[in-house]
Design a protein around this ligand. Structure first.
Ligand SMILES: Cc1cc2nc3c(=O)[nH]c(=O)nc-3n(C[C@H](O)[C@H](O)[C@H](O)COP(=O)(O)O)c2cc1C
Length: 220
């Protein structure tokens, strides 16, 4: 069962979750749907209206396995390391419980990534580390992530689930070699697993009230 085809804008924006456990590993994703999502992503804002990115889509099982092996390696290092999300909220039982659930789902994805029908790797022209000023960095990342999120929203509208992941970038070069991405010219910015979702019922997540994040006219 997939979600109803027509989600209104409010629903789409509040229920597009990181989907890891509920990716349908048995059902192929038609390339036409991926093309539609990319076409919609191109409407997103980009610095200088350049759209200097590319979407590399991996749907060949052997290539998926190679990419997933790199992702798994990065996950094992993350799992053992001090920045693992479950350690971030020590002393806060409620947040820790949430993070442990997220971690289980992150682990599930890492173990099953090779089975996900399509892996989408958006790449941005240039090398991120060459961008030295804040403005240059904002222009770099800010010219691609709006398109990534639009891709994710368009995917959800079509019954497809995604999750924005950055784990494999620890070994970006290895994935570049697998996929023949010109590493000196393009920076991989993330990896989106893409699959039909199993079951519906995605809901808005618990979030803090907006006032906590807002400042009016002055920070203080
Ligand atoms: C910059 C960034 C990096 C992320 N990296 C990963 C990752 O490597 N692996 C993963 O499973 N999820 C990753 N996530 C997904 C977050 O865990 C997810 O957005 C967060 O838990 C909220 O989940 P929800 O949208 O389902 O509420 C990343 C998200 C962002 C924005």
């Amino acid at each position: 069962m997939t979600e109803p085809a027509s989600l209104d804008a409010h629903e789409l924006l509040t229920t597009t979750r990181a989907v890891r456990r509920r990716l349908d590993l048995e059902r192929a994703v038609p390339r036409e749907l991926v093309e539609e999502c990319v076409q919609i992503a191109l409407q997103a804002p980009s610095g200088g209206n350049r759209r200097a990115y590319r979407f590399v889509v991996v749907d060949d099982p052997e290539q998926r396995e190679r990419v997933a092996a790199v992702y798994r390696k990065a996950f094992e290092i993350y799992r053992a390391g001090p920045t693992v999300a479950t350690k971030a909220f020590e002393g806060d039982a409620e947040r820790t419980a949430v993070q442990e659930r997220v971690f289980d789902s992150v682990e599930h994805l890492a173990r099953n990534l090779h089975r996900v029908p399509a892996l989408v790797i958006p790449c941005m022209a240039g090398r991120a580390q060459d961008k030295q000023t804040v403005r240059a960095q904002a222009g770099f990342w800010g010219s691609v992530f709006p398109a990534v999120w639009s891709f994710q929203l368009a995917a959800r509208q079509r019954g497809l689930g995604t999750a924005l992941t950055t784990m494999h970038l620890e070994f970006e070069r290895e994935v570049a070699d697998v996929l023949a991405i010109p590493h000196d010219e393009y920076t991989q910015v993330c990896l989106l697993p893409l699959a039909f979702t199993t079951g519906g019922g995605f809901r808005p997540a618990q979030r803090e009230p907006a006032e906590h994040f807002l400042r009016w006219n002055s920070w203080t």
